[in-house]
Design a protein around this ligand. Structure first.
Ligand SMILES: [Zn+2]
Ligand SMILES: [Zn+2]
Length: 176
């Protein structure tokens, strides 16, 4: 009986940071992360390139939080180690759930938000990370606040605050 070729994995599953077909050899798990229910796990091999708090209205609504905390990594510095078939995607611009980048990456089971996947970068949410002794490393402290003009809470932490995008909007004074 001819059963035809096996069904090909969706394209995104063959690339960083998912890569079920060609997992990277010798990936150093510097940090590990998981969703709330544990169905999905991933790791990071190095410190984030940058870390931001985003106070935009989309982040507030989608995260159900006053602002979003995101750590920016190269996609090759991230590797999903469990549960990529349990992932769900959501593009906030067009509502697509088909892994159209940029896309939210969440666990399908518990709906924990895990990251914003851009075309080139992976903006992981440090809230998913399991830091040693529960202490946030200095590398995960935000370098700046973006969309501070739409904040719902003041964060007087001394980090630069931009009204909108960094480099594309004016810097706002710190208020208490
Ligand atoms: Zn989960
Ligand atoms: Zn935002």
């Amino acid at each position: 009986m001819h059963e035809g070729p096996p069904r090909a994995a969706p394209d995104w599953q063959t690339k960083s940071p998912y890569q079920i077909e060609n997992p990277q050899k010798g990936f150093d798990k510097k940090y590990t992360a998981a969703c709330h229910c544990g169905a999905v796990e991933f790791a990071a091999s190095e410190d984030p390139l940058d870390v931001k708090y985003c106070h935009c209205k989309v982040c507030q609504r989608v995260h159900g939080a006053p602002f979003q905390w995101a750590a920016i990594f190269r996609k090759t510095s991230i590797l999903f180690t469990k549960g990529i078939e349990q992932l769900e995607f959501y593009n906030t611009a067009n509502g697509s759930k088909d892994h159209q980048l940029p896309s939210k990456v969440l666990c399908k089971e518990c709906h924990s938000p895990l990251a914003d996947e851009g075309r080139n970068m992976f903006l992981a949410f440090p809230t998913a990370f399991r830091f040693e002794h529960g202490k946030v490393p200095a590398a995960f402290r935000p370098s700046c606040h973006i969309f501070y003009g739409s904040r719902v809470v003041d964060i007087p932490d001394g980090a630069p605050k931009f009204e909108g995008m960094k480099g594309d909007s004016k810097e706002l004074p710190e208020t208490r």
